[in-house]
Structure formats: C-alpha cells, structure tokens
Design a protein around this ligand. Structure first.
Ligand code: IMP
Length: 200
C-alpha cells in the first residue's frame, strides 16, 4: 500500500502547544487543514518511551486512534555527548514547571563541570511521526550537530538555542538569523525527510 498525505486533507497535530501547531503548519507550506489535539479535547498521553522516535510515535498513534483521523506528532530535544546524551528526551523537563531555560542551560553547564569534561559536542534531534487511525505509521528523525558555548549568547530562538553553535558557524542559534536556523535545523531536516516519504 502506498501511504501518502494528500494536500488539503485534515491533519490532527498532536500538541497542546499552539505555537508548535503554527510552526508545523508553516513547515507543511499551509497545504493541510491543521487541527490541534487540544482543540478536539484529546487528552495528552504520558511520554513513557525512552527515545525521541518512540515518544513521537506514541503521541501520533494516541491522537490518530482517538480522533479517527490522520495525526502528526513531534518530539525533540538537545543531547550532550559528555552527558551521555542528556537532557535528551527530558529537555523540556530540565527547565522545570516554570519552563525556565536560563535555569536549564545553567544545569547543563553545571553538569559538564561535574563530569570535568572538555568535550563540548552536542546535537539537537527532531522526530516526526504520522499515524493513520488503526493503520500504519511513519517516523523520521532529523539531527543537527554542533558544540556548546557558555555563557549563553543571543536572544533569538527559544529553549537551548543561546548555548548551541551549529557545525560550520561561529554564532549560536540564539544569534543566527532565524531563517538560517530554519534552513539547517533538526526540525527542517526531519520535515524534508517526511515530505520525501509521504508527499508527492
Ligand atoms: P518537546 O518536543 O515539546 O517535548 O520539547 C522539546 C524541548 O527541547 C523544548 O522545550 C526545547 O527545550 C528543546 N528544543 C527542541 N528543539 C529546540 C530548538 O530548536 N532550539 C532550542 N531548544 C530546542
């Protein structure tokens, strides 16, 4: 069976974050009728898997089966080589209930000091999953490699952007032009793979 996303179709985006839904709508070039899981009052599942791919699939499957429609979900985060990939799938949780990323970035710096490592390699990962109700699912992953820098620099972007310098650049994601970030980011790379897999 050839599974495809047909332009114009309704797509449930399995998020309760309206900002994320807008971003996903833009990355899909506005070709779909994007409806959030929140607007359908679908409950958010607990992210119980141990990988980005696992959690993206879990969220897409949960929304698709409950809504009875095709659903898309993402899961992303920052992994630090010297911290064995932490914070990884816990990236959002490291910022605490207040979503304080200055705190989360300090936590990364403190942990690096604790392990006394000079290794500053890190990468962002974005997993995207699309699930058909009671049917197949497709999952892809995009990654951008770089190094960490402290103190944080730049007030563009979000999350861990001010401490991440992508490979081949001198500025952090917090300093670089957002359009440039959007062209090389983990999310852009994952969407390119998703389009190649599911869109004619
Ligand atoms: P989730 O995918 O909503 O579970 O959250 C992923 C977390 O990873 C976000 O809250 C950010 O902290 C972090 N993250 C993911 N992508 C980026 C990015 O492009 N820049 C900075 N931080 C990111």
């Amino acid at each position: 069976m050839k599974i495809r996303l047909i332009k114009g179709m309704r797509l449930i985006v399995a998020t309760h974050n309206p900002g994320k839904a807008v971003e996903i709508d833009a990355l899909l070039d506005g070709h779909y009728e994007v409806v959030t899981a929140a607007s359908l009052n679908l409950p958010e599942p607990e992210e119980t898997e141990s990988t980005f791919v696992g959690n993206a699939l879990l969220k897409a499957r949960h929304a698709a089966d409950r809504a009875g429609e095709v659903a898309l979900a993402d899961d992303s985060g920052l992994s630090v080589a010297a911290l064995d990939g932490a914070p990884g799938i816990f990236s959002a949780r490291w910022a605490g209930p207040e979503k304080d990323f200055a705190f989360a970035m300090r936590r990364v710096e403190d942990r690096l000091e604790e392990v006394s490592s000079d290794d500053r390699r890190a990468w962002f990962t974005s997993a995207l999953a699309v699930a058909w109700p009671d049917g197949p699912a497709v999952v892809v992953e995009g990654r951008v490699d770089g190094v960490l820098t402290f103190p944080p620099r730049g007030d563009r972007g979000f999350g861990y952007d001010p401490i991440f310098v992508p490979e081949g650049y001198d500025q952090t994601f917090g300093e670089l032009d957002p359009a440039l970030k959007d062209s090389i980011s983990h999310r852009a790379r994952a969407f390119a793979k998703l389009k190649a897999a599911l869109i004619d």
